[in-house]
Design a protein around this ligand. Structure first.
Ligand code: GLN
Length: 287
């Protein structure tokens, strides 16, 4: 079955076979990550031992991973891990792979909220990336995280445990939530589903065929429905003077701004991401 059991030779074959999907640099990086993860070998280790041979089971694991890569499965779902800021997180296809834009959201919040003892909630927590990062960076804050998906909450709980943070998890649908918490929050953060169906054509198959649609998509005719629901939730659960931090669809910033202004908020502001697109909306509750 195998053309060779030499790592070097197998590697060239795999690199070639990935070429239609990934550039040669990407493919090399991905294969090296897999070799490191599966066999504990760095690039230097590989270079020092050019004749290194793999066992049958090692070849099988690499073969299986490449087979999935060829089917557009993202590397993070194959290895089961992703990095978010300085955190290592477990991921599977019940949660989105954390995005760099969301790191920017967390960085902005830390900049604005550091140094206070706060209570906050992350709505639609998925892997828990936002809640866990904030729990680490805003010491002594009380952190809640809500999601509709039991499977996502399992991943988020695992990630909270392995990153040594204490988060209160709530299973609930924000679209119909009547939940009132014991005390109101200082701020609410959310990266809800915001990609419209009309935007699907621009998405790559690795996202479209693998990541959870429940976490990504909204109807074209009601694309802000999660934000509207969070604004209702905030009536009950956000302090006067409390803040909202939303990750947003770059095309819907102005519309969302109008929606938020309809709810008695001040300092409603759009912030651009690293690609100069409207990606974050912040606001402060008046009353
Ligand atoms: N930014 C994500 C993407 O490009 C979408 C995240 C979301 O819908 N909340 O796929």
């Amino acid at each position: 079955m195998w053309k060779s059991n030499k790592l070097n030779e197998l590697k060239s074959l795999y690199l070639e076979s990935l070429y239609p999907i990934y550039t040669s640099e990407e493919a090399l990086q991905i294969i090296n990550i897999l070799i490191n993860k599966y066999f504990g070998l760095s690039r230097v280790d590989q270079a020092l031992d050019p004749d290194l041979k793999l066992s049958e089971s090692e070849m099988l694991s690499l073969h299986f991973a490449v087979k999935q890569l060829k089917k557009n499965v993202p590397l993070q779902y194959i290895t089961g891990e992703a990095y978010f800021l300085d955190l290592k997180l477990k991921v599977n296809n019940n949660v989105l792979i954390p995005r760099p834009e969301t790191e920017e959201l967390v960085n902005l919040i830390v900049e604005k909220e550091s140094g206070k003892k706060l209570s906050l909630i992350d709505i639609g927590t998925g892997s828990g990336c936002i809640a866990i990062a904030l729990s680490k960076k805003l010491n002594d804050s009380t952190v809640y995280a809500l999601d509709i998906s039991k499977e996502a909450l399992e991943v988020a709980k695992f990630n909270a445990r392995t990153n040594n943070v204490n988060i209160q998890f709530v299973e609930d649908d924000v679209l119909s939530s009547k939940y009132t918490f014991d005390s109101k929050f200082d701020f609410i953060v959310s990266n809800p589903p915001y990609v419209r169906n009309i935007e699907k054509q621009q998405m790559k198959p690795n996202v479209l065929d693998n990541e959870p649609h429940i976490a990504l998509f909204v109807n074209d005719n009601d694309p802000l429905k999660y934000y509207a629901a969070i604004l209702e939730f905030s009536k009950l659960n956000l302090k006067t003077g409390g803040r909202l931090y939303f990750e947003i669809n770059e095309a819907l910033g102005k519309k969302l701004m109008e929606l938020v202004l309809g709810y008695s908020y001040a300092k409603v502001k759009l912030h651009k991401d690293i690609n100069n697109k409207d990606r974050i909306l912040t606001a402060e509750k008046n009353s």
